[in-house]
Design a protein around this ligand. Structure first.
Ligand code: CMC
Length: 436
């Protein structure tokens, strides 16, 4: 970051002296006012619950222009990555800063592939869960448990440990997601088959059984690979910030990523894809496209508590570029499977059309986000709804680990410790039990 020519001056109406605050430029995007010395200079904190105006770190990984609806990983537009690269190339880009050349691509693929299997003991750990447990509950446990199995990559101050933990997490996450799925349906786990692509291998671990040969459908593999690319990173979102905050204490990478998985689960974040598909199912059950108007009315009624899931975003105040790509993929997948007339897709298109013309959504700049169509694609591929967020977690793992490693390498990194505006009781004394 570069110091800007201008400074910010903070003045107070009570006559306290002005305070000058440095301003920094990034390479693109809004400047930031450096308030690190504010408390020392004024005895005051800033107040920003939800981080609406706070840059919590500097980062060179992902850039979003929410007004224009643009997303770039390391400078490359998401549209180019989604159409010209595969997920592992994207992982290389996020982790190391550059797309691999042909040799580096082969080497990286080989390295990740060699780590796809998990310690055999993990299946006994998994066996402790109820079969009907939510896959995200299982995944949070499994990822946290990795630190108990891979002791040789838990020292975050050691760059080699960090590197191997990153590869292990990227490689093993699909295996864990597939194991969680197989466990829930009572089928045998499928071991990774390393002559398949990263995503082809995942589909085989999900859908094959030892009884029959399984050949992943290339159109579906490409669609899932695109889902992985689109979800790979998204700058300082809630789960990534959780990973950074958790990792800032010096905990091991597996523990930090487990915290990210837990945060992602919520319906306002990664859980929205599941919630969006459930919403479409509900509307369909009540009468489908004809009920869209009624549903939109409910969404606009603040007292109803109903939200249009898959719509709206903290940063995008324009069409989420990932949603456009997802809509394309949705058409391709439904076409490949002969589901052109899929009622949920039709319903989603009708909802989107009405919402985009409605004053409520227009004035609040609410547009479809990535989750609006991703559920329809995943369902068509055969992924059960309850597993959607786990797929998101597998894809986001590379972003989490890239951001965690970036933080640890940042000379300005400190343990994260927000402050507060205290509004509770002032000091008081305990009365004896009989007098309370
Ligand atoms: N349906 C109806 N109204 C909405 C919606 C929605 N989906 N999203 C926002 N609003 C309204 C909100 O009620 C508020 O209205 P008002 O100004 O009258 O009070 C206004 O729009 C601004 O919303 P906000 O809640 O202050 O915005 P936020 O930045 O705090 O929340 C959000 C962003 C994504 C949590 C929210 O839009 C939402 O809950 N969307 C549905 C869940 C969803 O699709 N989440 C996935 C996000 S993308 C994937 C990911 O990154 O995980």
């Amino acid at each position: 970051m570069k110091l800007a020519d201008n400074k910010a001056t903070l003045s107070f109406s009570n006559g306290s002296p002005n305070v000058e605050l440095p301003v920094y430029h990034g390479s693109v995007g809004p400047d930031v006012i450096d308030i690190r010395k504010l408390y020392a200079q004024t005895g005051m904190f800033t107040y920003d619950p939800g981080f609406l105006s706070t840059a919590a770190c500097q980062s060179a990984i992902t850039y979003i222009d929410g007004d224009k609806g643009e997303l770039q990983y390391r400078g490359y537009p998401i549209e180019q990555l989604a159409t010209q690269c595969d997920f592992l190339e994207t992982c290389h880009l996020l982790l190391y800063g550059e797309l691999p050349n042909a040799d580096a691509k082969k080497k990286f693929e080989r390295t990740v592939t060699m780590h796809t299997m998990v310690n055999e003991q993990m299946q006994f750990f998994l066996r402790g869960f109820r079969r009907d447990a939510h896959p995200m509950a299982v995944l949070t446990g499994l990822v946290g448990a990795l630190s108990a199995f891979y002791h040789d990559s838990t020292d975050i101050t050691n760059p080699q440990h960090r590197e191997i933990a990153a590869i292990r997490l990227i490689a093993k996450m699909p295996t864990l997601v597939a194991m969680a799925y197989k466990y829930s349906v009572g089928q045998p786990y499928m071991y990774p088959q390393n002559d398949l692509s990263y995503t082809g291998n995942f589909m085989r671990m999900m859908f094959a059984t030892p009884c029959e040969d399984y050949k992943p459908n290339e159109v579906l593999v490409r669609a899932l690979d695109r889902i992985f690319i689109l979800h790979a990173d998204h700058e300082q979102n809630a789960s990534t910030s959780t990973v950074r905050l958790c990792g800032s204490s010096g905990t091991n990478p597996f523990a930090a990523i487990a915290a990210g998985v837990a945060c992602l689960w919520g319906p306002a974040h990664g859980g929205a894809n599941e919630a969006a598909l459930n919403m479409l199912h509900d509307i369909q059950a009540q009468g489908g496209v004809e009920k869209v108007g009624e549903f939109i009315k409910q969404v606009k009624d603040k007292n109803s508590g109903v939200k249009l899931m898959g719509f709206g975003h903290r940063v995008y105040k324009n069409y989420d570029p990932r949603a456009k790509l997802m809509q394309e993929t949705c058409k391709e997948v439904l076409g490949e499977l002969g589901l052109h007339n899929d009622p949920l897709f039709k319903l989603a298109m009708a909802l989107e059309k009405i919402a985009l013309e409605d004053e409520y959504f227009v004035s609040r700049k609410l547009y479809p986000n990535v989750d609006f169509y991703s559920g329809i694609v995943q369902r068509a591929i055969g992924i059960p709804v309850s597993l959607f967020t786990a797929i998101f977690a597998a894809a986001r793992t590379v972003g989490w680990i890239a951001q965690l490693n970036e933080m640890i390498g940042d000379p300005e990194y400190k343990i994260g410790r927000p402050r507060q505006l205290f509004t509770g009781s002032t000091r008081r004394d305990i009365k004896p039990l009989a007098k309370r």
